[in-house]
Design a protein around this ligand. Structure first.
Ligand SMILES: Nc1ncnc2c1ncn2[C@@H]1O[C@H](COP(=O)(O)OP(=O)(O)O)[C@@H](O)[C@H]1O
Ligand SMILES: Cc1cn([C@H]2C[C@H](O)[C@@H](COP(=O)(O)OP(=O)(O)O)O2)c(=O)[nH]c1=O
Length: 208
């Protein structure tokens, strides 16, 4: 049996990650693949409990944010992601470690070396096979997110914070252009999904 693939969706608030996660999952299932859809923080009972603290505990120090995220991540990896990949399933995850570099690193100012250390300790060599980075101007994403629900703790940050997050993500994409594919999310959904489909098809074609 071939090993499964690990796909992540990343980007700022309201860029369309959840909407497009459903699209990715349907497209892969249509090919007959076993697909697990999950999210961070979350994905396990412990991770979902951490998510509640993370989104609502105020104040929460940047160091505590990062440690909580990796505490949830280690359970998510050991209990959900790694077993699924080992049995040949595909895993599609709404946010993963790139979000820690963008939000806690670029956004909060934690040095990347500290995040590298936690990533290497918890994940060893595991990285997503494909990351779809949905990119849109900050005000557009926030407007979409606010239409959806009341703001959580992070969504109340100022626009300078989200501008750093966006630039942090784009900087990651420049360092790993093969893994991280930037998708212009400031377009009608049908065009965003055509771009995503093209990326998925090239990953699938590489698997046959
Ligand atoms: N390309 C798009 N154009 C317009 N609205 C969109 C687009 N993509 C998503 N939306 C809408 O924006 C809102 C936020 O989308 P969502 O998928 O929840 O974003 P995220 O998971 O990134 O926060 C939803 O109401 C969704 O229907
Ligand atoms: C996984 C992860 C998420 N986060 C933040 C980003 C989001 O504000 C929040 C998760 O909320 P989520 O609902 O996934 O985001 P969105 O509002 O865009 O749909 O957690 C980090 O700061 N670092 C991380 O490593």
């Amino acid at each position: 049996m071939t090993a499964g693939k690990f796909i992540t969706l990343e980007g700022g608030e309201g860029v369309g990650k959840s909407t497009n996660l459903d699209f990715v999952v349907s497209r892969l299932r249509a090919r007959g693949l076993e697909v697990i859809a999950t999210r961070e923080p979350g994905g396990t009972a412990f991770g979902e409990a951490v998510r509640g603290i993370f989104l609502h505990q105020d104040p929460l120090r940047p160091e505590a944010e990062l440690l909580l995220l990796f505490a949830a991540r280690v359970h998510h990896l050991r209990e959900v992601i790694e077993p699924a990949l080992r049995r040949g399933a595909w895993v599609v995850c709404d946010r993963f470690t790139d979000a820690s570099y963008a939000y806690q690193g670029a956004g909060r100012g934690i040095k990347p070396g500290i995040i590298d250390f936690l990533r290497d300790w918890i994940q060893a060599g595991l990285r997503p096979d494909l990351t779809l980075l949905l990119d849109a101007p900050v005000d557009i994403g926030l407007r979409r997110a606010h239409q959806r629900s009341g703001p959580d703790r992070l969504e109340r940050e100022d626009s300078a914070f989200f501008a750093r997050v966006r630039e942090g993500y784009l900087a990651l994409a420049r360092t790993e252009p093969d893994r991280i594919r930037v998708i212009d999310a400031d377009r009608p959904l049908v065009l965003v999904q055509a771009a995503i489909a093209a990326q998925l098809d090239s990953l699938l074609d590489g698997c046959v």
